[in-house]
Design a protein around this ligand. Sequence first.
Ligand SMILES: Nc1ncnc2c1ncn2[C@@H]1O[C@H](COP(=O)(O)OP(=O)(O)OP(=O)(O)O)[C@@H](O)[C@H]1O
Length: 256
Amino acid sequence: MTAWLTMWDATARLGGRRVLDGADLRVERGELVALVGPNGAGKSSLIRALAGLLPLDTGVARLAGDDVNDLSPRERSARAVYLPQERRIAWNLPAMEVAALGAPFLSGADALAAARKALDEVEVGGLADRGVAEMSGGERARVLLARALAAPSQALLVDEPIAGLDPEAQLMVLERLRARAGAGQAVLASLHDLPLAARFAHRVAVLDHGRVVADAAPLAALTPDILQRVFGLSARWVDGPDGPLLSAVRARPQGS
Ligand SMILES: Nc1ncnc2c1ncn2[C@@H]1O[C@H](COP(=O)(O)OP(=O)(O)OP(=O)(O)O)[C@@H](O)[C@H]1O
C-alpha cells in the first residue's frame, strides 16, 4: 500500500547548510508518528519539505503518491495541512476567523462551522470571539492548532503542537491527534517530550543531522543507545502506571 506521506532519500539545504541528508519517512493514514530529535536535527525542515515549502535537492516528498511539488495549493491542502512551529499571527482577528482560515476552500458558513468545531476540539471554544493578540501564548497556540484541525484534510503535519501548553493541555492535544489518526488521518507531529511521544505515538522516527536514524514502535526506536548517541542522554525507560517514564541524566555533563 502507498503510504499517505512519503519522503524518500531527501536532501535539502538552507543557507548553504545541509538540513536534510538522505531522510526517509512514511506515514500511513490511521497512524500518529512522532518525529523527534535534538534542536537543529531537521524536524521542521522535514515537515516543511513534506508540505512543499522547502525544495529538495535530491529525493522526493509525496502526498498520497504524488510529488508535493506537482500539486496545486488546493490539492496540497486537501491531502495535508501544516501547522508551523512559528506561532505569530499578524492581525488581531477573533479566534473564530483565524480558525476558519484553515478551511479557505469551504463556503463561509461551512468554514465557520468547521472553525467552531475545531476550537471546541482543542477546548478554546470560549475564546471564539476574542482577538488573538489579546490571548496568552498557549491560548494562541491552541487557536492555531484549531486552524489546522478545521481543514478538511487527510493528513496533519504539525510542528511542535504541544510547545508552550500546560501539562493538561499537552495530554488533551495528544489525545486529539491520536483520535484524528484513529479516524483515518495520517498524523506527523514533531515533539520534544520523549515520554509523551512514547505514550501516544504509534511509531517514533528519530531524526539526527537530517537523517532518520531510527523508525519503529516507540521503545524500539528510543533505545538507550539512540538516547545516548542522538540526544546525549544516559537514560532508561521505567514502567509507569500511565505509560513509560524516562529516567535520564546528561551523558556528557559539562566539565566532565
Ligand atoms: N533559514 C535558515 N537558514 C539557514 N539555516 C537554517 C535556517 N533555518 C534552520 N536552519 C538550520 O537548519 C538546521 C535544521 O533546522 P530545523 O529548524 O529543521 O531543526 P529542528 O529539528 O526543527 O530544530 P528545533 O528542535 O530547534 O526546532 C539547523 O542546523 C538550523 O540551524
